[in-house]
Design a protein around this ligand. Sequence first.
Ligand SMILES: Nc1ncnc2c1ncn2[C@@H]1O[C@H](COP(=O)(O)OP(=O)(O)OP(=O)(O)O)[C@@H](O)[C@H]1O
Ligand SMILES: [Mg+2]
Length: 246
Amino acid sequence: MTMVLQTRKLRMAFGGLTIFKGLDFDLRKGERHAVIGPNGAGKSTFVNLVTGLLRPTGGELLLDGADVTRASPQERVKAGLVRTFQINTLFPSLTPLESVVIALCQRDGVASPSLRAVHRCRTQIDEAGELLERFGLLAGCRTTTQELSYGEQRVLEVVLAFAMRPRVLLLDEPAAGLSTAQGVALFNQLSHLAGDTTVLFIEHDMHLVFRFADRVSVFAGGDMIAQGTPEHVRSNDDVRDAYLGN
Ligand SMILES: Nc1ncnc2c1ncn2[C@@H]1O[C@H](COP(=O)(O)OP(=O)(O)OP(=O)(O)O)[C@@H](O)[C@H]1O
Ligand SMILES: [Mg+2]
């Protein structure tokens, strides 16, 4: 089995606050992997460590078997690691079409287009249109992003991440603030588009987790307290005590 991402005895502390005591984590190629756990368990911190936004206080992080513990975020993006944030990070005054075309131009190495030149990037405009259509955003793609609903803005973030053709896509609560139907639609798109892409997602909605994850990891109290199929995790007593609350 090919592992795209591994942590070995990963440790993280913010001052006196220990988040991870020595985490061993594996992400398998092509899987959809959910990370769950109570508020403050360190899920977002984990994503920040993986992307290189934070440096661990100990241990190692491997990407395709290579040690990237000290690699910059940019180097990790080049290696195919792309993420979305738990909070909205869009440009409000651009239209979704402009945002996606600019992202695609960056990906394709087309000299960063000025806004006025965006309309000349025909190939990227076509691809952007397809992506926006697949994710149900075509209707609003020519109004400014700030006029979209919150749910649509969250979907746009995922489209922008996906536009980078990631090998590993990291999604920090992509469905937060979405209606149930929007959340299901978003994850449906991801499961269709995933293919060879490995997806790691943080999600609080257990229906989405159990419906879309191949494997689930449960973080709590500085450790991974369980890992396995949704069925395995659901029937684990420690997980119920720590998190599921029933
Ligand atoms: N940069 C930081 N400096 C100091 N403490 C931090 C920092 N980032 C996170 N923390 C703390 O680390 C702990 C883990 O935070 P994190 O955001 O990773 O949790 P989470 O599992 O994503 O929670 P949530 O489900 O609420 O999103 C929290 O107690 C948080 O306050
Ligand atoms: Mg978080």
